[in-house]
Design a binder for this molecule. Structure first.
Ligand SMILES: C[S@@+](CC[C@H](N)C(=O)[O-])C[C@H]1O[C@@H](n2cnc3c(N)ncnc32)[C@H](O)[C@@H]1O
Length: 338
């Protein structure tokens, strides 16, 4: 996001949610999956999706201007990004994550000014704030909706993480807070010598089983149900904690980092990734707003690269230089001395 320096950019910022809602509606309507399959005339889309005739063209053409649809003569086609990431039939579908923003975060952000005064997060309001998770797993539909949301992020980060960490000398890893195992399966699929464990709360196990099924990875990936603050962590050479530290207050983050250090063998590594904030806290708008988002939703925050590095070093890790996994997410690796 670039700095606001003119009145038009001020107006664009105030109306950026138009674009978000246009995207969410396309996912909700199944539009992107439909046009990823075969191009369609506006009249076909109108009839099939039940759109109102007077607004169909403006909606479809707005999506063209946003780069999500293109026109082939009079027919609408999914652009490559929409086809890869917004068609539920594709392996790199992230619509579940994008929709989570619509359902869970958009309403919460509507109360930002009130939150900035009260400091009371959604979780505190709902449950007294002991854990960010119970309300998400209160029934199986909510559990699935959250897990599909997390799948979207894992799909985006699985490739970069499989590539940017050197897995050659490692034979096992455990993804702490790995949700239903999407990241575990992506890393294991990219590196056939690896065995991977997803460690998460019990409600995620059936969704892990559904994801892995009887597929090729069945012998190399598994789910271990547990509480990473209370239960022994699995024996492994590498722990991953992605989008986990940002769920918790600093003392709990330090607890988890210390526990990972204690359970790792000498030479083992701990990988953390989050939307870390640049150290001078001035340029990464998305990450700073994501930090506010974590406060609003979970009563926690993002953190700077320097803070993450310090917590890892305090536990005893030798910390490598930060690595950008994508434009939004930074990875830090701590190595336990041999
Ligand atoms: C924000 S999600 C991150 C999911 C995934 N690692 C990613 O990168 O998107 C946090 C995960 O931590 C898990 N979690 C929360 N508290 C936990 C606990 N005490 N023990 C184990 N897992 C926990 C949640 O169930 C959830 O899957």
């Amino acid at each position: 996001m670039s700095a606001i320096q003119s009145v038009p950019s001020l107006v664009r910022t105030a109306t950026r949610f138009f674009e978000a809602q246009a995207l969410f509606a396309g996912i909700e309507l199944g539009l992107f999956g439909r046009v990823a399959e075969t191009p369609a005339e506006a009249s076909e889309l109108r009839d099939e999706l039940g759109l109102h005739p007077s607004i169909t063209f403006d909606y479809l053409d707005a999506l063209v201007s946003m780069g999500l649809l293109s026109r082939d003569g009079s027919r609408y086609v999914a652009t490559p990004i929409a086809s890869s990431h917004l068609d539920p039939a594709k392996p790199d579908y992230i619509g579940g994550f994008l929709s989570l923003n619509q359902r869970r975060l958009y309403p919460a952000w509507g109360n930002l000014a009130e939150f900035l005064k009260s400091g009371e997060s959604v979780v505190q309001k709902l449950s007294g704030g002991s854990s960010p998770m119970p309300s998400l797993y209160s029934d199986s539909a909510r559990t699935r909706s959250f897990a599909e949301g997390m799948d979207g992020y894992a799909v985006l980060l699985g490739g970069p993480l499989a590539e940017k960490f050197d897995w050659a000398g490692v034979d096992s890893f455990t993804d702490l807070g790995g949700c239903r195992g999407m990241l575990t399966t992506r890393i294991a699929a990219a590196h056939p010598h690896l065995r991977g464990v997803t460690f998460d709360l019990p409600p995620l196990k059936p969704l892990f089983e559904e994801l892995v099924g009887d597929g090729d990875l069945r012998d190399r990936v598994s789910f271990q149900a547990g509480d990473f603050f209370a239960d022994p962590l699995p024996d492994t050479q590498v722990y991953i904690a992605g989008h986990v530290l940002h769920d918790w207050v600093v003392e709990r983050r330090r607890d988890l980092i210390r526990s990972a250090f204690d359970h790792l063998p000498p030479g083992g590594s701990f990988i953390i990734y989050d939307s870390m904030i640049d150290d001078d806290r001035s340029s990464a708008t998305f990450n700073l707003l994501m930090s506010l988002n974590m406060a609003l939703v979970s009563g926690s925050s993002e953190y700077t690269v320097a803070e993450g590095t310090r917590w890892l070093a305090e536990a005893g890790f030798t910390v490598r230089e930060p690595v950008a996994l994508n434009g939004l997410t930074t990875m830090l690796v701590g190595d336990k001395p041999s």
